[in-house]
Design a protein around this ligand. Structure first.
Ligand code: RIB
Ligand code: CA
Length: 313
């Protein structure tokens, strides 16, 4: 089985960073065609800097990194420095990147890449607000049917919201973009908070990262040490939820996850519930299913996979 060709769309963010590291540690399973950056956890200049910091940490300065949209389609940007720190990658002390940012806009890279590859061969992996993906679909609707699949981190149902009582951050930041993507007809696999809140970096798991003995293990341990404080204080949880690496882990070992093929729609009108993923888990709406919405993960298997593969960098 040849490695799966993917584009990672991201707003690093410590958990995005771990997702990128896992992808770059897995060339047997994943070929990263490019990393497209979007404003989200922190503004675009920082997300596009952080993505390159992570590629260099992985020893992959050859990776092509593109800057994309610096604000949501129709709303002011909301960022999450309160979770990720002012740099977006607080925790480890990593050097500024030397590798260049590509000149091409991320949206154009997404469009050109999907047109250049055979239909059904490129998977999109959004880890942040869906602005770049939606812009690409609006600019070039012909690419939608060429997408092999979209595996994204976002949304919530049983876990409800983490940025408002109703909405998860990635969807909340750009609900219009999310609506475009969820209505596009592209095959969707969704990793909501329902799953990612079961992938917690407990102390033994963090110790295992640090014990890897490589720079990546130490950096990942320091990243999760930093951004766990917010969730531990808020939820009293046993550690940081590794949201975005669930996307990459799914590409490598899908059987770690379980969910349902259901209808998921996005609230785009009410400010009270703006960005809510209205997931028809009990199939009561009669609306056509459009997403495989994950509900559970084998957390021990997830961390065993992640730790084993980070050791390869
Ligand atoms: O709600 C969690 C998501 O928002 C993650 O992707 C995190 O990186 C932030 O982007
Ligand atoms: Ca993210």
């Amino acid at each position: 089985m040849p490695p799966r060709k993917i584009i990672i769309d991201t707003d690093p963010g410590q958990d995005d960073a771990v997702a990128i590291l896992l992808a770059l540690a897995s060339p047997d399973k994943i070929e990263v065609l490019g990393i497209t950056c979007v404003a989200g956890n922190v503004p675009l200049p920082l997300t596009s800097k952080n993505a390159r910091i992570v590629c260099e940490l992985a020893g992959r300065p050859d990776t092509r990194v593109f800057a994309g949209c610096d604000r949501p389609l129709g709303r002011d940007l909301v960022t999450a420095e309160h979770v990720h720190g002012k740099t977006g990658l607080d925790g480890p002390d990593l050097p500024d990147p030397v590798m260049p940012l590509q000149d091409q806009h991320a949206v154009d890279f997404i469009v050109d890449t999907l047109r250049a590859h055979a239909p059904g061969t490129v998977t999109l992996c959004p880890l942040g607000p869906l602005t770049n993906i939606a812009m690409a679909f609006e600019k070039a609707p012909d690419i939608i049917e060429r997408v092999a699949g979209i595996v994204l981190m976002g949304g919530a149902y049983f876990e409800v919201g983490n940025i408002t009582p109703a909405a998860e951050f990635n969807i909340y930041v750009d609900p219009q973009a999310a609506n475009i993507v969820f209505k596009s007809g592209a095959p969707l696999t969704v990793m909501p908070l329902d799953v990612t809140h079961k992938a917690l970096v407990t102390k033994p798991r963090n110790d295992a990262f640090r014990a890897l003995g490589n720079a990546v293990g130490v950096a990942v341990s320091q990243m999760t040490d930093f951004f766990e404080r917010y969730d531990k204080e808020k939820y009293g949880s046993a550690g940081a939820p590794l949201h975005d690496p669930c996307v990459t882990a799914y590409l490598i070992a899908p059987d770690l996850f379980s969910g349902r093929f259901i209808n998921v729609e996005i609230e785009t009108r009410s400010e009270l519930t703006m960005g809510m993923t209205v997931a028809d888990w009990w199939r009561v709406s009669g609306r056509a299913p459009n997403a495989t919405f994950m509900g559970d993960v084998d957390a021990d298997g997830f961390f065993a996979l992640l730790t084993e593969r980070l050791a390869r960098l």
